[in-house]
Design a protein around this ligand. Sequence first.
Ligand code: PRX
Length: 653
Amino acid sequence: MTDSTAKTIDTLLSEHRTFTPPEEFVAQANVSDPSIYENADADWQGWWASWAEQLQWDQKWDTVLNWNPPYAEWFGGGKLNASVQCLDRHVAAGNGDRVAFYFEGEPGDARALTYSEVLRDVCRIANGLKSLGVEKGDRVAIYMPMVPELAMTLLACSRIGAIFSVVFAGFSPTSLKDRIQDQEAKLVICADACWRRGKILDLKKVVNEAVENCPSVENVVVWRRGGDCVSNAPSSSRDVEWGEVFVKQADECAPVSMDAEDPLFILYTSGTTGKPKGILHTTGGYMTGALATTKLVFDMKPEKDVYWCTADIGWITGHTYIVFGPMANGATQVIYEGAPDFPQQDRFWALIEKYKVSLFYTAPTAIRAFMKWGDEHPAKHDLSSLRLLGSVGEPINPEAWVWYLHHIGGGKCPIVDTWWQTETGSIMITPLPGITTTVPGSATTPFPGVEAKLINEDGSEVVGAGGGYLALTRPWPSMLRGLWRDNKRYEETYWSRFPGKYFAGDGAKRDENDFLWVLGRVDDVMNVSGHRLSTMEIESSLVAHEAVAEAAVVGVAHELKGQAPIGFVILRGGYEASPELEQELRAFVGKEIGGLARPDRITFTPELPKTRSGKIMRRLLRDVAEGKEIGDVTTLADPTVLKGLQAEFVKQG
Ligand code: PRX
């Protein structure tokens, strides 16, 4: 950032200590009366039930909530189908001609699909799934780029009651294999390729390698993106063509009536161990949370808004705020396949101008990259269609917040900084754009009906202003129902630290105005460009390399990514530290887990800072990597280790 930009941001910051929603926004907002909070609190189960009532049920529930901590059953006895909420009822209401997706591929190919067309295609895919023997309760793993067919695949699985599990198409063959094996997927649906920064990426190759050792997989369905860019030959007798099996099917498929608590999907996310957790979401409660939050947080008016969430459907943000929330509301949205800086660094702004996007939801890491690329890129485009901006995935620094407000939102768009997690299923802490006077950097207050508290180390509650562990203290409809086939880990990870309360893994503070500021993870999870990575997973990958005896990884502050993984490695005898070996190890992690996890740098060291019981003190490694004064070292077995480590870090940098 140049000095002059820094000054502008400073000025903006001094001008925008708070942002009050403009009158015109409030006048048209879906909700502008603050009493919504008290009313929802007074009868939170009734509040959620009033949202569930806006879904189309085949059979109404008997009980709103059955809470047997930590197991919740929402809308028990009720029956519905998720795809019906997103498709059939809009078509039946006469909105079949409304555009569901404006798709734009990275090379510039574009198409629009209406709700009727999406319903037809989803039915064909669902019939195709049945023809391959997929039944209710079977698991389907999906590895696709950002194309409408990905969203349609999720909806098709839900139509027949198959449990889908999307794996972000940047993950490595090993990561994909682990996820397929854990859920014992019967089918894999993938694309042959996708475009990224002007290049074709061969996704099918990754899938071929991944499924080699996956005996549960009976078929791999391949959707063709690359045309003749990628070898069209099937690589195994299990492969079937999307065009053969999903297109030549009947246009109608009766939805399966699912119990409210039937599983909808499994989504793997990083935890504090080397093994990812399969977060399980069910049908009725998840749809209720997705519907309510989308409508209120984004102030969505489906008949006139054009909404664009830039997340990938491979993450929870894409599940809830591309597929199920917006579509349950009947939204028109943009789906873009590629990179924000291709062919130029103004691609996003060109898309907003072209499609007249009114609601835009992205991540702080992207905003920081845009700031760095320069104000001239958004300035070239007419962004006046925008009326609301959203942020998700990590804390947004106030500088990025005011830049976003001014350079993208024209100084007039409310910004909703939304805190939530894969586990929570939908947004938990957020402003309501027609009500909340926001403060840059704070996600403000819990969504109506949600209760969040800050807890001290000893389990007592933080009263008034102060800092503590963030916990959710009431069940909510879209909460995870468990970890796939691992109840023990579910109970231990989320419910044992503060019994009866959901421990989110984040630290937060509350200010004098009762606003919450989420500060970041307090466990061994890091947040790289808004994506969750486990230090343990990267460490296990490093020690799998023959040269590595021991490894420690920490997430350190990074200007663009928020945090970046940095490794410290002790080599086995017979191996010499060298820049080449550092590159090799970085590449090794990239290949084992995926590019996101590749450490920015690795420092070779003869020793790591450990406690007397042998536990590596990562906090101190972070101090070293961030060039900070080293914290308390009294618990170290050998405090002198740190001096050597600091010297090596500087020398090898
Ligand atoms: O640390 C918090 C951070 O992202 C974590 C959840 O990651 P994941 O399950 O991958 O979901 C990301 C998208 C919902 C949280 O524990 N996080 C997410 N949103 C925010 C945030 N931290 C601060 N402010 C946010 N708005």
